[in-house]
Design a protein around this ligand. Structure first.
Ligand SMILES: Cc1ncc(COP(=O)(O)O)c(C=O)c1O
Length: 390
């Protein structure tokens, strides 16, 4: 399967087809436990343990199917799934605890990840220094000090793009472990490990599942993931079989959905650029965007996320949100339906003013997750809501 196209792998990788039943899709093994010891010498083995399945916190055949599908799309040798994106991020990073690591992270992170690094990690003796993504991209930090660098491939909500190839090369040359959260890109637009990252993490709650109806997280790597697997066992961030089934079902259409997200988002970004009530648009697919050339170097598509500033400050932004009809005001992203949010009211409400200034997150900023509805309809709705600002 590994040499097949993206959509072929999305549909066919990892599927469990049992000739005994002739099933064409992976079954849901809704079992907390399995017969163990199992004396059937033909019993299937959990590839993570090399033993028959025993207990679903450790592993479950539906999870194995999901992890194989994810690894195939990510192009990594190994992958491990989690109940949420945060479980994936914290478990991966906790697997490094005790090894006296010094971590450098970008400031412009998903809020919970930043809070974990700032408030929790130091308690375990892990030093975390924080720099802006621009400083990371221009290598404006003391390289020798760090064992691990953590970044997101596109920042939320300012849509700044990590120069992954440059930082990946730098990390490889200097023996630094690079971890990249590629949630905003999805494996359709970027495979960070092929660009030099050691580990890629995802909130599968977003594009991978794509239907805003279940949570998940993933870690992919060509490195051995047994430490991460042990932590998942300890902390218990395993998903259950039904959750795994839903996500692998959503993943089958990831390529089709992302193609539409990519195509619609550029149209909408261009439409917003022309609107007299819009001050500026952040979308790396725009040829005039500050991060366009970095994005071209590191991404196959520019994704479905964008942000823009409206006239009238915070009250203008709130008025715009009230004017939306079918586009829901909700903080998540990556689903088939378009969602809009004001970062100042949601994801960045607890971020200090000083940090928001560095991140360029303003009071009048709207973040839009462009769904797969017809782009013309999305534009019409945005145009109507913007027209109320005059
Ligand atoms: C970039 C990014 N990483 C990680 C997460 C955390 O994922 P989850 O909500 O699935 O725990 C989010 C959630 O919004 C996110 O946007």
């Amino acid at each position: 399967m590994s040499n097949r196209g993206f959509n072929t792998r999305a549909v066919g990788s990892g599927e469990i087809k049992d000739k005994k039943y002739g099933n064409v899709v992976t079954p849901i093994f809704q079992n907390a436990t399995f017969i163990y010891p199992n004396y059937n010498d033909k019993i299937a083995k959990d590839p993570k343990t090399g033993k028959p399945y025993i207990y679903s916190r450790s592993g479950n055949p539906t999870l194995t199917a999901l992890e194989e599908k994810y690894a195939s799309l990510e192009g990594t040798e190994n992958a491990i799934s989690f109940s949420t994106g945060m479980a994936a991020i914290t478990s991966l990073m906790m697997s490094m605890v005790g090894k006296k690591k010094e971590v450098l992270s970008i400031l412009d992170l998903y809020g919970q990840t930043l809070s974990f690094f700032k408030n929790k990690f130091p308690k375990y003796g892990i030093g975390v220094d924080i720099v802006s993504i621009d400083k990371l991209n221009s290598i404006d930090f003391d390289l020798k000090k760090y064992d691990v660098i953590y970044a997101e491939s596109i920042t939320n909500p300012s849509m700044k793009v990590l120069d992954l190839k440059t930082i990946g090369e730098l990390c490889n040359k200097n023996g630094i472990t690079l971890v990249v959260d590629a949630t905003f890109c999805s494996p359709y637009n970027q495979n960070p490990v092929s660009l030099g990252a050691d580990y890629v993490v995802h909130s599968g709650t977003k594009y991978l599942n794509g239907h805003s109806d279940t949570m998940s997280g993933f870690v992919g790597s060509n490195r051995d993931l047994s430490d991460v697997f042990d932590i998942r066992m300890n902390l218990g961030g395993t998903m259950d079989a039904f959750q795994a089934y839903l996500i692998q079902r959503g993943m089958k259409t990831l390529g089709l959905r992302m193609k539409q997200h990519n195509e619609s988002a550029i149209q909408i970004a261009e439409f917003l650029m022309e609107n007299p009530h819009v001050i500026s648009v952040n979308y790396p697919g725009l040829s005039g965007d500050k991060y366009h050339s970095i994005a071209e170097k590191n991404m196959r598509g520019f994704g479905g996320m964008l942000s823009f500033r409206v006239k009238g400050g915070l009250s203008g932004a709130r008025k715009f949100m009230k004017g939306l009809e079918s586009i829901s005001a909700a903080p998540s992203l990556g689903g088939v339906e378009s969602l809009a949010t004001l970062p100042i009211d949601t994801s960045h409400s607890s971020v200090s003013k000083e940090d928001r200034k560095i991140m360029e997150v303003t009071d009048d900023m709207v973040r839009l997750s462009v769904g797969i509805e017809d782009a013309e309809d999305i534009k019409e709705e945005l145009g109507k809501a913007l027209s109320q600002l005059s």
